[in-house]
Design a protein around this ligand. Sequence first.
Ligand SMILES: [Zn+2]
Ligand SMILES: [Zn+2]
Length: 351
Amino acid sequence: MSAPAYDDGPIAALRRIAFLLERGREDTYKVKAFRGAAAALLPLDPDEVAAHVEQGTLSSIPGVGASSAAVVADAVRGVVPERLARLEAEHGGALAAGGHELLGLLRGDLHSHSDWSDGGSPIEEMAFTALELGREYQVLTDHSPRLKVARGLSAERLARQLDVVDAVNGQLDGSGFTLLKGIEVDILDDGSLDQSEEMLQRLDVRVASVHSKLRMDAAAMTRRMVAAVHHPLVDVLGHCTGRLVTGGRGTRPESTFDARAVFEACAETGTAVEINSRPERRDPPTRLLELARDIGCLFAIDTDAHAPGQLDFLAYGAERAEAAGIDPERIVTTWPKDRLLEWAGRPGEAG
Ligand SMILES: [Zn+2]
Ligand SMILES: [Zn+2]
């Protein structure tokens, strides 16, 4: 019996393996080997790679280890690499049991990170994967300066990043996909934002999140969040309770605040409540999701992806939103790009 044919080439095989590992939440060190090997092969002539396969010298290429070499050899010979076939079977299926109809309506994602802050992959890899997943838009939202552990971007670095986003969009021109400019800006203790007004103005979409003093008392936390929601440049309230329900970072309880007051502020200002799809967050919890629904809030189903494979996590958020009976029309990420941008530019500006 001969192995099934494969003609996408070695780089696509390595990228797909990395994607599936991330999608299946495997350890990042495993993923790094495959992404590193893909990057090592990218500048090489395909004939050169084929010659290495022929001579059994793939591992002499810096960045190509034994398991990557086996994948490359199979792909070059035109057969499905065994590792790839195994991972497709293990991690390639539907992520969630429900929410498929809503998932089909989602056009984009307002929250993702690159290796400019605490993500694991370059901007172009995140953008290219979002395009491959059929997204119309992906917002790049690296962290703001105060979050030093996540290498938050100063105003200067953010300005440089915006040039890179323009360049990536130039490469993807005509694809129907746009990488949008954004930020996940820290909500400071007094409710102000951790980035200059001028830089915030230059962005398409702004997600504001609490990352520090998560245990402050409820009255102060409520004032802090309501103030941020009322900021005219804030479009999305990110992972509102800050809880962690599972995963490598352990668990963390919800912050305490007056959720009704916060969601009423969101409804009043047209700020979207984020449904954070990360399996370890599942934020907001169901009772708060239903409260925000009843108050009449807008929602954004976001991945908060820190790696390309995590861009597929929208399935988890869609499942929860559908279970909570949220009208897709109130989910801004079902909207086409032009409508989304009009909403995000809403503080009385042109358009
Ligand atoms: Zn965050
Ligand atoms: Zn984030």
